[in-house]
Design a protein around this ligand. Sequence first.
Ligand SMILES: [Cu+2]
Length: 181
Amino acid sequence: MVNRTSTLVAPRGRWWTPLGRDERMWFAVVSVWAVAMFVMMMFVWPAIGNEQTTIESYRVSEQEFAALTQAFIDQHATGENIGGIPVVAPPPGDVYLLSQRFQFRPIITLQKGQTYRFLLSSLDVQHGFSLQPDNVNFQVLPGYVSAIELTPEEAGEYTLVCNEYCGLGHHLMIGRIIVTE
Ligand SMILES: [Cu+2]
């Protein structure tokens, strides 16, 4: 005897009928819009407006980046230390910032209105570079340098927060950027 309510029996209905005219129209609209947004994301928004920062990326070994950062610190150290982290005051140009469990190194003093190229990398695991309160966010990866141009527009003290969970001390991983007039 056949059980008519069994889910194994194909239900009667319109499920396998072709799409209606309105359904086909909306499907076309959605498809075209999805492609348009994808193209805009790649070519239009990076070119106009201030909505995306283009970032360059290079390969680097952890040891090499650590050595470059140390050389940068030695060259531009102010002699000051905050919480055991050296403070540097580099001229406009390249700035090295090393992320490692659970610190950003060094603390950087910048001049308002000047342009700096931040070179970010990690010594161990993936970290995040989240500049507050401006909410600028990037990933920091071991084995890669991410190069980002930043021009501070207002003097003050900015906080860097690691926003990629990196271990037990993750919540303590806070860096600092000081912008002077
Ligand atoms: Cu973290």
